[in-house]
Design a protein around this ligand. Sequence first.
Ligand SMILES: C[C@H](O)[C@H](O)[C@H]1CNC2=NC(N)=NC(=O)C2=N1
Length: 93
Amino acid sequence: MKKLNEQEIQDRMPQIDGSWLVKGKFLHRELLFKDFVEAFSFMTAVALVAEKSGHHPNWKNAYNKVTIDLTTHDVDGISAKDFELAKIIDTLI
Ligand SMILES: C[C@H](O)[C@H](O)[C@H]1CNC2=NC(N)=NC(=O)C2=N1
C-alpha cells in the first residue's frame, strides 16, 4: 500500500463526504447521532466492515459523538485504503 502525497489526497477528496478533513496523517470526521445507541450501532457496522477488510479506524466515542481518524499505520500516512474505508463509512451513516 502506497502513501498518498498531498496532491493525490486532494484529488481524491471529492470522492468522500465534504465533512472529511485532512488533519496531518489522518482523514478526520466528527459525527453526531441522536443518542449513544445510534452512535454505537454505527460503530458496530463500521467495525464489521473494518475487520473484514483488515483496515481499522482510530476513533473515539462520547455518548452521541463519534470522532474518526483514518490512517494507514503501515505507511505512516493516508493511503487508498483510508479513502475506501471513508467511502464505506459515508454509506453507513
Ligand atoms: C496485519 C494487518 O493486516 C495489519 O496490521 C493491518 C491491520 N489494520 C490496519 N488498520 C489501519 N488503519 N492501518 C494499518 O496499517 C493496518 N494494518
